[in-house]
Write a protein that binds this ligand. Structure first.
Ligand code: HEM
Length: 313
């Protein structure tokens, strides 16, 4: 928690973290881990490692060998590495589901009179249930790009709600949200949506026999829009930092979060450039996806900290 530096901010509670705050932070961190593992599943092509859902090859515990498969499954689909990768991803998903449930229960116990905190955790819980169902649709639609994009956007929405509940419980009061920061978040969400479409188009090209090295070149307009979008996100992040430095000279926490946003946007652009001009390495793909979700998270924290700071003036 020290990393977030809320305890040193006069608008945040001076004493140690409450049980709700610890749980909410832990749940947020593990949800990020799930997004990272989801990226690994995609990069390793393990998405269909379990061809059915919610079971895996018809059972709750994956079979030990192809010989144990029920007759309705083609034994050539059996790949233990991909199967276990996807199965662990699902287990982590279930763990996150339980953690979000526990966070909502804790919010009910401690913040019953703060509808925004309770509401955010309950909304996160409902979206998680929906997300589990959507995960099944992703498998049923054999990883079609449009449904993978929706799945990704809902994962990000869940993290946003958890961050909201956490930051809100740490702070008191709040002015109106900054339209400038909201615009940056919206543009970043659009950019993330475009990125997942680029990713889908690359996967489709590779499936159609295009060599991995040439797959990006075949994407066309979506790829160009994604590159232009990166410029907007990066320039917007730098402008936000300049504005914070000029306008909130005494708010060190706010300015620090501004730097975090610009730092993550820079890393993201560097990873994108590495994929576009060097090579499409799976590790870079996973990092690009993970940093995208961290960037959006940092922008959300910045928005919430800014709300608090403006209320204090
Ligand atoms: C702030 C800027 C950026 C954000 C938020 C962003 C976000 C994303 C996201 C979320 C994906 C989908 C990843 C997935 O579904 O696995 C993606 C894919 C991609 N992005 Fe970006 N991106 C940014 C900048 C860039 C830049 C500057 C480039 C290149 C010059 C780039 C090139 C790519 C490529 C090639 C893919 C497809 C990668 C793959 O197949 O996994 N991105 N981006």
């Amino acid at each position: 928690m020290e990393a977030l530096n809320f305890r040193h901010n006069r608008m945040f509670q001076p004493r140690g973290l409450s049980s709700f705050q610890r749980l909410a932070l832990c749940t947020t961190a593990i949800t990020y881990l799930l997004i990272l593992v989801g990226g690994l599943v995609r990069a390793s092509g393990a998405g269909l490692g379990c061809p059915d859902w919610p079971r895996c090859f018809g059972s709750w515990i994956p079979p030990a060998s192809a010989a144990q498969l029920p007759s309705r499954f083609d034994p050539s689909l059996f790949n233990p590495t991909l199967m276990w990768t996807e199965y662990l991803n699902r287990l982590l998903g279930v763990t996150v589901g339980f953690l979000i449930f526990a966070t909502a229960v804790s919010a009910w116990r401690h913040y019953r009179r703060e509808p925004r905190i309770l509401g955010a955790t309950v909304a996160a819980l409902l979206l998680t249930g929906f997300q589990g169902w959507l995960g099944g649709r992703v498998v049923a639609n054999e990883l079609a790009a449009w449904i993978v994009t929706i799945h990704m956007i809902f994962a990000l929405a869940i993290v946003q709600l958890l961050l909201y509940a956490t930051v809100r419980s740490l702070s008191r009061g709040g002015g109106p949200p900054s339209p400038f920061l909201i615009a940056l978040i919206v543009v970043t969400m659009v950019q993330i949506g475009l990125g997942t479409q680029v990713r889908g188009a690359i996967d489709a090209a590779i499936d159609n026999g295009v060599a991995r090295a040439g797959a990006l070149a075949s994407v066309g307009t979506l790829d160009h829009l994604h590159r232009d979008g990166a410029l907007v996100v990066f320039a917007g992040s730098v402008l936000v930092l300049m504005w914070l430095r000029a306008r909130f000279t005494k708010e060190a926490t706010l300015i620090r979060w501004g730097y975090v946003v610009v730092g993550l946007a820079s890393i993201q652009v560097a990873l994108g450039v590495a994929m576009a001009y060097v090579s499409l390495k799976p590790a870079t793909q996973v990092a690009h996806l993970t940093v995208a979700s961290l960037l959006l998270g940092a922008q959300t924290v910045l928005l919430l900290v800014h709300k608090t700071e403006t209320d204090s003036q």
